[in-house]
Write a protein that binds this ligand. Structure first.
Ligand code: NAD
Ligand code: TDX
Length: 338
């Protein structure tokens, strides 16, 4: 089967959304794209400049605004939705959960209702954080049957949104799929997130900041591998199904930081330890066996250190993209003790 003819990408001007739009334009010439994005602090419209103009349209609006969603679907004859739009940062959700409740829960509900009315295919982009965390020595990894037990306001809203999506499949037969992916890294990631924060700190003459003792483990995947997986679920995934996406990339924060310091020519101890995240998850780990078996997907970026070097290079070459945000991001972190 082929892809949708007009795909609405919510949050298409954010980190993963931008990479996804670029991936679809480059590899799937028969799909037109409508980016639907509120352009919050996390988005940059410039991300989408210079892309094939007759294959992409932009709607600057809120997913919580049902009328705008309805208008966009009708105007562009949308036949599928990939739903990236979210408040995505755990630390922000600890400071103020309100926009997370609104966008991640209510916004997902608005989109599901639109998908139901129009019979659209709907892909819910979710996270491994809905499963809570694992002990450092737990031999198991997360699978499609792991119980939901989110820890933060952010992950609780993502968990709730996943439950809504599943309910729309079960109750109304809306053709929903869900992906729960591990931590993405790569170009266009906001500098509030761990890897770009440390890279841009070093480029700005600020010492990297690591939470607690740096022992927490994240399971890293290159954003392009996540984007290819999402496309393959959208086109070949079974409606009503969930797929976990991961690239066997478990590393402690300290290991990642030491690689960054090494690649950027800094000493191994040139960083500061700062306050840990309240309730911070210890470890995430994904078993991606199902998507590998059922859809034949596999990660292409298998050398994390190489991907990290390319990411460092991208932030070094795109100072204009992030420099304007740096002061405000660091000021906000100082208030939080991070
Ligand atoms: P991001 O914060 O970089 O981008 C979010 C985008 O959503 C922005 O463009 C923003 O303007 C838009 N948006 C926010 N609220 C909106 C609203 N009310 N209406 C319309 N648009 C709105 O996030 P990201 O890191 O690219 O994550 C994208 C999705 O992937 C999220 O749903 C997130 O939960 C999920 N996810 C992210 C990761 C990761 O490592 N970054 C891992 C797994 C899952
Ligand atoms: O400066 C820092 N120092 C530090 O040690 C920052 C910003 C983070 N950390 C730690 C906290 C986490 O243990 O690094 C780890 C990664 O932190 P984040 O980049 O904030 O990511 P995380 O909380 O793991 O969530 C990310 O992956 C899952 C995305 O932001 C989510 O949207 C996604 O669902």
């Amino acid at each position: 089967s082929s892809g949708p003819s007009c795909l609405m990408v919510t949050g298409g001007a954010g980190f993963i959304g931008t990479n996804f739009v670029r991936y679809v334009l480059a590899h799937h010439p028969d799909t037109h794209i409508v980016v639907y994005d509120l352009l919050t602090y996390a988005a940059k419209i410039d991300n989408l400049h210079g892309l094939i103009p007759d294959r992409i349209d932009m709607v600057h609006a809120d997913i919580c605004d049902a009328e705008s969603v309805e208008q966009a679907i009708r105007r562009f004859h949308v036949d599928a939705i990939v739903h990236f739009a979210a408040e995505s940062h755990n630390d922000n959700s600890i400071q103020d959960p309100a926009p997370f409740i609104r966008t991640n829960l209510y916004g997902t509900y608005v989109l599901l209702e639109a998908a139901r009315r129009h019979g659209l295919r709907f892909h819910q982009v979710s996270t491994d954080e809905v499963f809570g965390d694992l002990d450092f020595d737990d031999p198991h990894r997360f699978t499609e049957t792991s119980p939901y037990r989110p820890s933060s306001p952010y992950s609780a809203t993502k968990a709730g949104a996943d439950h809504l999506a599943r309910a729309w499949w079960r109750t109304y037969g809306t053709r929903v799929t869900i992906s729960n992916c591990s931590n993405n890294y790569g170009p266009y990631q906001h500098i509030e997130k761990f890897i770009p924060r440390q890279i841009t700190n070093i480029l700005s003459g600020i010492r990297p900041r690591i939470y607690g003792q740096g022992q927490a483990i994240r399971d890293w995947i290159h954003v392009e591998d996540d984007c290819r997986a999402i496309w393959s679920i959208l086109v070949h995934g079974a409606p009503g199904s969930t797929y976990l996406i991961g690239a066997d990339g478990e590393l402690s924060n300290m290991e990642v930081l030491r690689m960054i310091l090494h690649l950027m020519g800094r000493g191994v101890d040139e960083f500061d330890l700062v306050a840990d995240r309240p309730g911070g998850d210890r470890r995430y780990a994904i078993d991606a066996g199902k998507i590998r078996r059922d859809l034949g997907w596999q990660p292409l970026h298998r050398d994390f250190e190489q991907g990290l070097a390319e990411t460092i290079d991208w932030y070094s070459r795109h100072r204009k993209w992030w420099a304007g945000d740096k002061q405000a991001v660091e000021a906000r972190y100082r208030e939080q003790g991070h």
